[in-house]
Design a protein around this ligand. Structure first.
Ligand code: NAP
Length: 253
């Protein structure tokens, strides 16, 4: 990919960067000139992604992390800052989904989804803000979902993603005066390992409900993350941008 250096000299951390949307975001931010750190619980995937980016001439680091564990994130960010000397962009993207009818939801399932999707975003934002507050600059990004509006037989996921929107707005209110913006993206159905196993008829129904007539690609989301991460995007904060091909629009179909 051709380099365009919009993020020259900047350092970006991407959680869940070993796969799907996170990997595309790491790739795009590296192409824009950032040094990137890929944090993922899938150690092999993170290492492979970092290897690919380094082979393309980027500065890339892989760190195994469970984002639901506050100490994991804090230790990882210490490593990033001691390696690269700064932290400009924190993309809190790692997430899981465990679709289940309500009566089948166990305490373990509920705790897992909420601690990764909601806890992970909070601990990542908290840890990043410590450095960003000191520097007087930062871009914190979060991954919500169209499911924040409700999701059939997936209340744990929908609740976590709606929580991400409220968290994004709350953190934006607190962090703005320190030069730190906080924004969310809300992907629709994106072609990644997370959606691989969905039955073709569900995907077809989804496509029919979009207005652009296709599923999303990880790069569709990565481009919005890049836009929100730019120094020039500093007057946008507390927002959520749906990247869903118009899925959430009222449609006449
Ligand atoms: P993906 O391909 O499954 O990638 C997610 C990555 O996050 C995986 O490498 C996963 O590792 C990692 N991860 C999961 N739990 C983690 C944890 N506790 N700590 C660290 N890393 C962890 O999924 P994706 O589709 O790119 O999803 C990225 C984000 O977009 C998620 O927040 C998801 O909810 C959101 N999203 C996705 C879609 C979609 O249609 N794909 C739509 C809306 C929102 P493992 O492989 O080991 O789990």
């Amino acid at each position: 990919m051709e380099k365009f250096m919009l993020l020259n000299d900047q350092v970006a951390v991407i959680t869940g960067g070993g796969s799907g949307i996170g990997a595309a975001t790491a790739e795009l931010m590296a192409a824009a000139g950032a040094a990137v750190a890929i944090l993922d619980r899938d150690e092999a995937a993170a290492a492979e992604e970092a290897r690919k980016l380094s082979a393309n001439g980027a500065c890339a680091l892989a760190i195994p992390v469970d984002v639901s564990q506050r100490v994991d994130i804090e230790t990882a960010l210490e490593k990033v800052v001691s390696t690269y000397g700064r932290l400009d962009i924190m993309v809190n993207n790692a997430g899981v989904t465990r679709p289940s009818r309500t009566l089948e939801v166990s305490e373990a399932l509920w705790d897992h989804v909420i601690s990764v999707n909601l806890g992970g975003v909070f601990w990542g934002s908290q840890a990043a803000f410590r450095y960003m507050k000191e520097a007087g600059y930062g871009r914190i990004l979060t991954t919500s979902s169209t499911s924040s509006l409700g999701s059939f037989a997936n209340a744990s996921y929908a609740s976590s993603k709606a929580g991400v929107v409220a968290m994004t707005r709350s953190l934006a209110m607190e962090f703005g005066k320190y030069g730190v913006t906080v924004n969310a993206v809300g992907p629709g159905m994106i072609v990644t390992p997370m959606t691989d196993d969905l039955p073709p008829e569900i995907k077809q129904r989804w496509i029919h409900k979009t207005v652009v007539g296709r599923l999303g690609e990880p790069m569709d989301v990565a481009r919005v993350f890049l836009f929100l991460a730019l120094p020039d995007s500093g007057y946008i904060t507390g927002q959520m941008i749906f990247v869903d091909g118009g899925y959430t629009l009222p449609t006449m179909k």
